[in-house]
Design a protein. Structure first.
Length: 274
């Protein structure tokens, strides 16, 4: 465990970029060879839009990174946060508890609130407009949402009291998990179901991208499925019945147009059909 701590304490930016790009490339190749759904779309044009949002997310996080670094260091220096109030424990147990709590506050809670607060939903909506869910869809976040997510992440670090190595480890796992669960691939049903008892599986997350309620408002988990199961937000749907997108924005000129996607948060909010 100490080797992992040492690596993520000083992980180079180039390594983080390689993990991001390498993950997209790997799942891109897999889903191109054996796709779950044979979408009738221009894969490169679609990827261009989503990669644009990936780059804006990187820029937002880069510009605000010093806040996260200062917050993590402050919790360590002042022994603040849940982890610092717990008794001394094995390093592996410390890391697992920390990752679970970061996932709860920085990801699950953030995702849940974005769906329940109309102002925040305006920004998160862009992620749900995608009707061609593939590995590039994982980072399809409006710049405004990137700021919102960063705020929740910072709050999570403060509340959990996680050191920066744990934050980097969580973010790395999160990137790979997001690319995996959004990829246009499918696991054997029994394997997917077994996985969903512990981790967010592809089928589990794809239900969240079904175009109508109540499925859109379910399965908020990012890495761990425990929080959806514990708080009653876990739902299942036969994979054959999945229709991606969101019922308020199903027209290509709305969900496949970069200019319109950037302006959606400032347009009149539409009510869902169900």
């Amino acid at each position: 465990m100490q080797e992992i701590i040492n690596y993520f304490s000083t992980i180079p930016s180039s390594h983080r970029a390689l993990i991001l790009a390498g993950g997209i490339a790997l799942f891109w190749i897999i889903e191109s060879a054996i796709p779950f759904v044979k979408f009738q779309y221009n894969k490169w044009q679609h990827a261009g839009i989503n990669i644009f949002f990936t780059l804006t997310t990187i820029i937002v996080n880069f510009c605000l990174a010093f806040i996260l670094l200062k917050t993590a260091q402050w919790t360590v220096d002042n022994q603040f946060g849940i982890l610092n109030w717990l008794p001394d424990m094995n390093e592996w147990l410390f890391a697992i508890i920390g990752l679970l709590l970061l996932d709860l506050i920085g990801a699950y809670l953030a995702h849940l609130v974005e769906h329940k607060v109309k102002f925040l939903w305006r920004f998160h909506l862009i992620h749900h407009t995608d009707t061609w869910i593939d590995t590039t869809s994982g980072n399809r976040h409006h710049p405004g949402e990137s700021v919102i997510r960063f705020a929740f992440t910072t709050f999570g670090v403060l509340a959990v009291g996680s050191p920066m190595w744990m934050v980097f480890l969580y973010q790395t796992l999160s990137v790979v998990a997001t690319q995996f669960t959004h990829a246009n691939i499918v696991l054997p049903k029994k394997v997917d179901k077994l996985m969903s008892y512990f981790l967010v599986s592809p089928d589990m997350h794809k239900v969240h991208h079904h175009y109508v309620l109540p499925y859109t408002d379910s399965n908020y988990g990012n890495i761990f499925s425990i929080w959806d199961r514990l708080f009653g937000t876990f739902k299942t749907l036969d994979r054959e019945k999945l229709i991606f997108g969101v019922d308020t924005h199903m027209k290509p000129e709305e969900h496949n147009n970069l200019k319109n996607l950037l302006s959606i948060p400032f347009q009149k909010l539409r009510s869902p059909e169900n």
